[in-house]
Design a protein around this ligand. Sequence first.
Ligand SMILES: Nc1ncnc2c1ncn2[C@@H]1O[C@H](COP(=O)(O)OP(=O)(O)OP(=O)(O)O)[C@@H](O)[C@H]1O
Length: 231
Amino acid sequence: MSLVRFENVTFRYDAGPYVLRDLSFHLRPGSFHFVLGASGAGKSSLLQLMYLWQRPSGGAISLFGRDVGELSRQDKAVMRRRIGVVFQDFRLLDHLSALENVALPLRVAGRRNSSLDEHVVELLSWVGLGDHIHALPPTLSGGQQQRVAIARAVIARPSLLLADEPTGNVDDRLALRLLYLFEELNKMGTTVVIATHNEQLVERFPHPVIRLAGSDNMISGGTRRTAGAGR
Ligand SMILES: Nc1ncnc2c1ncn2[C@@H]1O[C@H](COP(=O)(O)OP(=O)(O)OP(=O)(O)O)[C@@H](O)[C@H]1O
């Protein structure tokens, strides 16, 4: 079974130029992939397709074994609850504290008790924000906001984690620490997809890479080769 399957997917915004062309791959449950490409190569667009935020202009996408073209709005909302996402612009709620932002997915899932708050505090401490749990996002630096967004994406142990440049605003040491956090989550069963342009960071990990390079997209690398190239 594939958790994510792209079959000859093309994508463009309205009548603009093609961003993705004839892209085919599948991701098995429990796999870990990087999406690598230069600025403008289409990494964010690919993640937005996986998050059902955009529709493909051609080809077919299936997620959790279902063709996304056949999903109702309600089906999509339910499916998105199984996906943790780190957007490039974080999308935190500015009027909620770091702790409240991170606890949000748990509340949406109907889970609420004091031990959950403890869990949130523990995770925020792990990403280096133990002294900022009550801070509002606008009072935090870009790198700190990014770590709140990452904690929020992983707190509910999603089936699929999509992270767009999740280490773009932090130093190398912290970037590695965040990648280890994603690996821990992956070991617990989450399928992980990380978009980045940071080749050096990707080279430090054994995971397969989906390379976006104009029309020459390909899947390569990794000792744990779990994706199938369809081209
Ligand atoms: N909302 C949009 N409307 C029209 N074109 C867009 C939109 N978002 C992105 N694009 C275009 O689509 C192409 C791919 O953009 P995308 O953001 O997916 O690339 P990226 O690889 O994530 O880049 P970066 O690393 O700079 O974030 C670019 O040419 C960009 O200008």
